[in-house]
Ligand binder design. Sequence first.
Ligand SMILES: [Zn+2]
Length: 200
Amino acid sequence: MSTKAPKGKGSRAKLREIFYENVGHVLNSDFLREVAGTSEWGRRLRELRNEEGMNIVTHNDRSDLKPGEYLLVDIKPLPFFDRSISKETRAFVLDRNGFTCQMCGAAAGEPHPYDQGRKTRLHIGHIIDKSMGGSDEPSNLRAICSICNEGASNLTLNRPQAIKLLAQVRRAPTSDQLDVLKWIVEKFPLQAAGVLKKFD
Ligand SMILES: [Zn+2]
């Protein structure tokens, strides 16, 4: 990894380039300041994220990152920045989905169930990916949080809390709920009998 950036480039371009060269690798603030060559590097970084939709995450987004650490998850821009989806469509889909992540149930702006230190940010995602022929029609769009978008919800080391587990079960199809019921009854037959007595 080289700290030398071509001369004559703006600090934003230098930062963009260094992130693209280091996809999936953690870069720290001292290094980024040096690359950008300006004390305004933080502002340039926010522009990359907010104006260009670069999927750069920090400790606010991922519990495995420390303050001052930055990581470009992948070169695909955040779904929110998919230019083919209009502002109106985005607003419509977010509203239809109740500002709730359609994968994990997290609500926009609230602490994320998988990572309480992180506020839930919602994006618009495709149900059937565009690469698989999915359209930009609202029927193929859904609200999805940045954690689910990164696929990080599967990687979390935290055990799900009961309330989150219940939320997952409630959202599952009946056949899956019955599978869960069967598994629990087999695991806790005495307790299950006790619960059933209430219905006598
Ligand atoms: Zn989610």
